[in-house]
Design a protein around this ligand. Structure first.
Ligand SMILES: Cc1cc2nc3c(=O)[nH]c(=O)nc-3n(C[C@H](O)[C@H](O)[C@H](O)COP(=O)(O)OP(=O)(O)OC[C@H]3O[C@@H](n4cnc5c(N)ncnc54)[C@H](O)[C@@H]3O)c2cc1C
Length: 307
């Protein structure tokens, strides 16, 4: 049996799948294989198969924090969408699988009159990607409400408490262990009036709509905020608001966003990122570290500050 046939037994498979179809930047070359795996048992078999045959793989969530190179990815991209999107609430605890949308979970929590996830109601990622990034907004992040995370590593399912996962601002231990797959997590939420939760979520939605370039493909904030500063102010001070390389442009609306104006390549976005990083360092002595993660990146980036 060839690889394609073996994969087809484990989930829904596409060959030569443009990853641009699976990223919010609408950027990314073709993956040799893209699989929506059908169950946990199949996920275990899949990883075993790929590792035994020395085939590269990666897990993609909603593709909302990645810059994937335009060249082909010679490996298997694994999606947990579909088979890993169950969740339930019990006595103030939300248990949710990694493929769940964070936006959906925040609205479900509101419907259960449970507070804690309001900040996530505008973050367009999966829960797995959110935990990996320790996604957050408005001075809150997932780690604040997290209890534990269940993962697949070395073929075994294990549950790790929050304290073991080294969460800080937009950082988790998962960023150093790309072969650990986040399966699910539990969160402690607080009872609150639904109307209060809704009011907060509505006001934040208005704020996002007025301060972010929501109609253009992007991956949200490009740079992490340097200590005590806003990255967008650094980009502004350097005069980059509105500047473009090819079809990648620093948004006029929010200068920590780079938007794809239609047909931007990953290299356009990357060149713009690196120009800003270089100027920030040389002119202001500030290290701008990317929040967006480069994937399938083989060429030298010759700089700079990648977390
Ligand atoms: C318009 C817009 C607004 C945004 N606003 C915010 C914001 O306010 N705050 C914020 O923090 N972020 C924001 N983001 C960025 C992004 O939505 C978050 O970082 C989100 O957490 C990424 O989740 P994802 O599922 O899209 O991850 P992906 O981009 O698919 O993946 C990111 C990384 O996580 C890994 N990963 C994904 N799933 C798993 C898993 N199950 N197990 C192990 N590793 C996994 C991937 O391999 C990759 O390395 C925004 C993005 C956009 C486009």
């Amino acid at each position: 049996m060839n690889l394609s046939e073996q994969l087809a037994r484990l989930g829904s498979v596409k060959e030569h799948e443009p990853l641009a179809f699976h990223t919010t930047y609408k950027i990314g070359g073709k993956a040799d294989f893209f699989i929506e795996v059908a169950s946990l048992e199949n996920l275990k078999k899949l990883i075993q198969l790929l590792n035994e045959n020395d085939i590269d793989w990666l897990v993609l969530g909603n593709g909302s924090n990645v810059l994937i190179d335009d060249c082909a990815y010679h490996g298997v991209v694994i999606s947990l969408k579909g088979a890993f999107d169950a969740f339930h609430f019990e006595e103030g605890i939300l248990s949710a699988q990694a493929g769940c949308s964070m936006i959906k979970l925040s609205f479900e929590a509101m419907n259960h009159s449970l507070s804690g996830l309001e900040f996530a109601s505008g973050i367009p990622g999966s829960l797995g990607g959110g935990i990996y990034m320790n996604a957050g907004a408005y001075r809150s992040d997932l780690s604040e409400i997290l209890i534990d995370v269940t993962i697949l590593r070395n073929g075994k399912v294990e549950t790790l408490p929050k304290a073991d996962l080294n969460f800080t601002y937009r950082h988790s231990l998962f960023q150093k262990h790309k072969d650990w797959i986040i399966l699910s997590a539990r969160f402690g939420l607080q009872p609150k009036e639904k109307t209060e939760i809704k009011a907060l979520m509505d006001s934040r939605k208005q704020r996002r709509l007025s301060t972010q370039p929501v109609s253009r493909p992007s991956a949200g904030s490009v740079f992490r905020n340097p200590h005590g500063m806003n990255a967008w102010q650094v980009v502004d001070n350097l005069g980059y608001r509105g500047k473009a390389i090819g079809q990648a442009r620093v948004s006029e609306v929010h200068s920590n966003f780079i938007v794809n104006e239609g047909n931007a390549s990953a290299r356009d976005v990357d060149r713009l990122i690196r120009m800003i990083q270089k100027d920030a360092w040389e002119k202001l002595g500030i290290r701008l570290i990317t929040e967006v993660e480069r994937i399938n990146w083989h060429a030298e980036t010759d700089t700079l500050f990648i977390a």
